[in-house]
Design a protein around this ligand. Sequence first.
Ligand code: TMP
Length: 206
Amino acid sequence: MTFEGIEGVGKSTQVALAAEWLRGRGLDVLTTREPGGTRLAEELRRLLLDCDHEHIAGTTELLLLFAARASHVAERIVPALERGQWVLCDRFTDATRAYQGGGRGLPAALIEQLAAIAHPGLSPDLTVLLDAPPELALARARIRSSHPDRFEQEDLGFFARVRAEYLAIAAREPRRLRTVDATAGVEAVTRAVAAVLGALLAASGR
Ligand code: TMP
């Protein structure tokens, strides 16, 4: 299961609360994040978020993200799934579709080719998309961090394109992606996410 959305929608909080909710129902849950999740992938994350670079070309960024993802999938996600754990991941390939595809304008076909190499046959059973207008979400993100990272420094137009791509994916795959209005307060968002998780558990017969 994955959680997606632009910066400032409260994703990390909701991942932690969802894990707690599922553990409370007796499930064995692993939480992890992208880019990251292994030592190598966390190093790549640091490089990707660092602002102290010369310009990074879109394809360089894309390949680094998929290198991190290939490591994360092979070393962490697949072994956890094989142990029977529920994997909750803060971002996955939808983030690449939205940020590198929608935001940077890289071709969707290229992203799908790399996804087929990095995680053949593996995609989330369910994706919670936390949705809020970039004006609101970015204002929240900027209150939180006084040193914006390389992505947080992008302008509103970039985040509007990222959000539009997330909503387009949700429209294309309504069974996998569940959109939750993230403009409400934390309690209301948490209740909405719990409703989505409850439906998933009921459907899986738990
Ligand atoms: P986070 O701060 O929400 O954990 O995410 C790190 C940043 O990485 C965020 O700005 C989005 C960006 N990102 C991409 O651009 N493409 C991706 O595939 C992933 C996983 C993250």
